[in-house]
Design a protein around this ligand. Structure first.
Ligand SMILES: [Zn+2]
Length: 454
């Protein structure tokens, strides 16, 4: 039998977050092969030829997997780009991201467009990058080829996406796309807001956040999710609700799962840490769709986190240039920039509510990796990629937009004091960020493809 590679690196910490919970351990790694060989007792003798990295009481987590990032590259690279997004991600402890199919030009709605994106990402990615495909009117025949080419699933909108080159599906189009995707065992991820209910709400305009909130009522999310549950059941399809904001939908989702409907759900750091009550007039860095809602809704979302109804927490990092964040909530670009800040933002609120880092790892690494079927990501255990974030969870810092590696430094978190300083980030056994700064200019990220189901 092949004995396998010898470890060339050992990471030792009194607090390693393993699938069985936190423990003092030494994690043996083959950096040459980029994977974890074993999780060993803390005092294990370091084998000859291996370098010891002593982390003391800093916590060793699996690198975060952020399955909801708008990189916007190519086409809107002044908003973000693969180089800047992945450097920011690395600084924030994220080692894998999955790029959304829209806001780049071209959008990822056929294989040619996917190859354009891959060509751009390949030479620029500092972390590993996978891709979502897009389902838009008229591209049903492109879905299977995209699946075969390795996208991790498909995104669609039920109402205007914010960019004209990525149109939304009407109910017939949604049924056709989901039927096609279910036919090859794929996953559809949905921006779930009902277009009629948004149409009939008062349109947003001006600087008042309350007016914007009224233009995106909970009922629109609730109705769209109801419809999605019904369709997933009817077609025996697998669906995922993106960026859940309305906590009122949680009982419906939980009930659907109990009866066997294959539906999963994510929410985002901004819904779990920010509230409508605190958004100042004109502060459109807080604008996103669906919107940040009231404090009571946030508490109910945390209940959904605690009881397991919500599977994942991902950034929905959707930046733009500063000039598009005018002080008019009707006009400003809707999207929150947070890729580098997701871990400390969530940890700050999670710890206050009695959750552990093991919970955070489940929400931000293990579950998102499972969502997209990346079996070699999302946990510290033998055989998985040696992707890590090293965190000082008791330390605090104040968010200084100038310290962010995002291309544009507009962020809703400016000035907030957060718990959890990312000391370093490791990709396949190599340190890629140290104290918030990328370790080198050379990108070592890989492009990821869908893995066949076992
Ligand atoms: Zn998004």
């Amino acid at each position: 039998m092949d004995p396998g590679p010898d470890p060339d690196l050992v990471l030792r910490s009194t607090r390693v977050i393993t699938p069985d919970g936190p423990r003092a351990a030494s994690v043996a790694v083959s950096a040459a092969e980029g994977r974890i060989l074993a999780v060993l007792p803390y005092d294990t003798v370091v084998p000859p030829g291996a370098r010891l990295e002593s982390l003391g009481d800093d916590v060793l987590l699996p690198g975060l997997v952020d399955t909801h990032v708008h990189v916007n590259d190519p086409g809107r690279t002044d908003w973000e780009g693969f180089a800047t997004a992945t450097r920011a991600a690395a600084a924030g402890g994220v080692t894998t991201l999955v790029d959304m199919p829209l806001n780049s030009i071209p959008p990822t709605t056929d294989v040619d467009a996917l190859e354009v994106k891959r060509a751009v990402a390949r030479s620029a990615a500092h972390i590993d990058v996978g891709f979502w495909g897009g389902a838009i009117p008229g591209n049903t025949a492109d879905l299977r080829p995209l699946h075969d080419a390795g996208v991790l699933g498909f995104k669609c909108f039920l109402l205007h996406s914010g960019v004209d080159e990525f149109p939304h599906l009407d109910p017939a189009g949604l049924g056709a796309a989901l039927g096609e995707i279910a036919g090859f065992g794929g996953l559809l991820i949905v921006h779930a807001e009902d277009p009629q209910l948004i149409e009939s709400a008062p349109p947003p305009s001006g600087p008042r956040y309350a007016d914007f909130l009224a233009s995106r009522p909970r009922a629109a999310e609730n109705r769209a999710i109801e419809g999605l549950v019904d369709l997933a059941r009817e077609l025996d399809a697998r669906v995922h609700v993106l960026h859940l904001s309305s906590a009122e939908s949680l009982p419906r989702i939980a009930a659907a799962r109990r009866e066997g409907v294959r539906i999963t759900v994510e929410t985002c750091p901004h819904f779990l840490t920010l509230t409508a009550e605190e958004v100042p007039d004109g502060a459109t860095e807080f604008k996103c769709c669906p919107p940040i809602r009231e404090a009571a809704n946030r508490d109910a979302l945390w209940q959904g986190m605690a009881d397991g109804t919500i599977d994942c927490v991902v950034s929905d990092h959707s930046p733009c240039t500063a000039d598009l964040k005018t002080d008019d909530f009707g006009q400003a670009w809707g999207g929150i920039s947070s890729l580098q800040l997701g871990l400390p933002a969530i940890w700050t609120e999670a710890r206050r509510r009695g959750h552990t880092l093991a919970d955070v790892v489940r929400w931000m690494s293990t579950a998102p990796a499972a969502l997209v079927g990346l079996r070699h990501k999302g946990a510290i255990e033998a055989g998985r990629d040696a992707d890590f974030a090293v965190l000082a969870p008791e330390e605090t810092f104040t968010v200084d937009p100038a310290a962010l590696h995002h291309r544009n430094q507009v962020t809703a978190y400016a000035g907030k004091t957060l718990h959890g300083v990312v000391r370093s980030t490791w990709l396949r056994g190599h340190k890629i960020a140290d104290h918030g700064a990328p370790t080198g200019p050379l990108p070592t990220g890989r492009l990821l493809e869908r893995q066949p189901r076992v």
